[in-house]
Structure formats: structure tokens, C-alpha cells
Write a protein that binds this ligand. Structure first.
Ligand code: SF4
Ligand code: SF4
Ligand code: FES
Length: 250
């Protein structure tokens, strides 16, 4: 069976090449990469940790779609590439430091601790978003992040909702205020992040929830403002509401 790997080494002349390797059937992509490194080319570089879908470190693109290498089985002629929208260090290993800073920018952590009793229902309310494994699949698939590196992006916004819904947090203002610029109003709601998330988190719906909570907290609905601007632009280009009909012309 053949597997194609896109190779790149940032320390050498920038050159991307696709190299073909022979792999066994019925293996995960991570097992195949480990086997290639052991028997065919020890310079092949990739990242992995738990080998069981919980650490998020083995994320790659398979035929253009973000996947966990340890949970995806090889198919004939698969093309394996590093994640998009971030810089490649070597082969399938990307630099994750920039996105980790975006997480800090959402101020998604406890600011004012509440001593209120926490029930199972309260824990359930933040359960899904707490399952994020920071695999970065969502950033790789996001068209807004592709053109705007200041966009806070899916997992940072999902994390913001997690802390806004956390009953232990008494001061929501800091978090809600931090997601008004380059954040919830810039998302196109395309849903790519939701489709690729291996943890079945739904960042698109989380962003819609954050918009609703922002409006309820008194922030302006910037999506409406955007539509109004588009609408007015049409009239500014010389549209005549009478359609040019002149009743006195007869
Ligand atoms: S729904 Fe929003 S955050 Fe998710 S991929 Fe699309 S633009 Fe990015
Ligand atoms: S939200 Fe999903 S896709 Fe994004 S980093 Fe977390 S686990 Fe990965
Ligand atoms: S190695 Fe941990 S998620 Fe794949």
C-alpha cells in the first residue's frame, strides 16, 4: 500500500516535496509513520503522545481534512500533510505557540471565584467545551483565521463560553469584553471547525451562543451592523426607488 507524505524542513532551503512510502494495510496513520521512521527513513518527523485520541498532539491533514493520526486508518494513496494556517517546523510538526497565546487573549480563566454550591447540572453545562484537547484541527480548517491571524478563533472562543457558563466564575465581564474584537462578530459561521473537531465540540454553535450572551449583556450586535452597511452600499451606487418611472411624463 502507498502513502504520500508532504515533507518540509524549515532549517534548510524552503522546499516542499511529496514523498511516497510503502505501508501495511489495516494500520493507523500514526502506526504507519512510526513504522516508516523505524524501517524506511529515520528523518521523517511527526508528533504524537497518547496514541489513543486524548492528547491532541498527532493532528495532521489527510487528503486535505484535519484528522488525529492515531485514530485514522490508512487508505491507498492517502496524502498526509501538516496542519494549515500555522508555520511548519519540519514535515508534520507545526509551531503551536501563537494559537496558545490567542487562548490567553480571551481571558478564559477564573477571575472572581464563587463559593456557590456546584451541582451535577452545573458541571454538565461546561462538560462538552471542557473536552477540548487543543488539537488545533479547528484553526487549520478556519477560513477567517487563514486571512486574519488576530482572529481569536474556534477553540479560544469555545473556551470563553466554557468559563462564561462556569458557575464558579462570578465576574463574566472580563471574558465577554475580551471577545468583542477580532472574535465572535468576525466568524462567518461556516461550520468547518465543528465538522473537523474530533471531540464533537461545536465551536460554531458556541460562537452563536456567545453572540447572544453579548447582546444580553448590552453589547452591540455587529452582525446586524454589517448587513445594514451592505444594504446601504447598494442604494449609494445610484439605485432609483421609483425604477425611473415618471408619472408626469404622459
Ligand atoms: S464557524 Fe467561524 S470559527 Fe468556525 S471555522 Fe467557520 S469562520 Fe472559523
Ligand atoms: S475545539 Fe475541537 S478541533 Fe478545536 S482544538 Fe478543541 S478539540 Fe481540537
Ligand atoms: S497521539 Fe494523542 S491524540 Fe493522537
Amino acid at each position: 500500500m502507498k502513502l504520500n507524505i508532504q515533507r518540509f524542513d524549515s532549517s534548510k532551503t524552503p522546499k516542499i516535496e511529496i514523498v511516497e512510502f510503502k505501508v501495511k494495510e489495516n494500520e493507523t496513520i500514526l502506526s504507519s509513520l512510526i513504522d516508516i521512521k523505524a524501517t524506511q527513513d529515520k528523518s521523517i518527523t511527526f508528533r504524537s503522545g497518547c496514541k489513543s485520541g486524548v492528547c491532541g498532539s498527532c493532528t495532521i491533514r489527510v487528503n486535505g481534512v484535519e484528522k488525529l493520526a492515531c485514530k485514522t486508518f490508512v487508505k491507498e494513496n492517502d496524502l498526509i500533510q501538516a496542519l494549515k494556517n500555522t508555520s511548519i517546523i519540519k514535515d508534520l510538526v507545526v509551531d503551536l505557540s501563537y494559537e496558545e497565546n490567542l487562548l490567553k487573549n480571551t481571558k478564559s480563566y477564573l477571575h472572581l471565584y464563587s463559593k456557590d454550591q456546584i451541582t451535577q447540572k452545573d458541571e454538565k453545562a461546561i462538560d462538552i467545551q471542557s473536552n477540548c484537547i487543543l488539537c488545533q484541527s479547528c484553526y487549520s480548517s478556519c477560513p477567517v483565521y487563514e486571512v486574519n491571524k488576530d482572529f481569536l478563533g474556534p477553540y479560544a472562543l469555545t473556551r470563553a463560553l466554557r468559563y462564561i457558563n462556569d458557575k464558579k466564575e462570578k465576574n463574566l465581564f472580563n471574558i465577554i469584553d475580551s471577545i468583542q474584537t477580532n472574535a465572535i462578530w468576525d466568524c462567518t459561521l461556516c461550520g468547518n471547525c465543528t465538522i473537523v473537531c474530533p471531540q464533537f465540540i461545536d465551536p460554531k454553535t458556541d460562537i452563536m451562543n456567545l453572540r447572544m450572551k453579548s447582546i444580553q449583556s448590552g453589547y452591540e450586535d455587529k452582525s446586524l451592523q454589517m448587513y445594514q452597511n451592505d444594504f446601504n452600499d447598494g442604494f449609494d451606487t445610484g439605485f432609483n426607488p421609483s425604477g425611473g418611472f415618471d408619472p408626469n411624463g404622459f
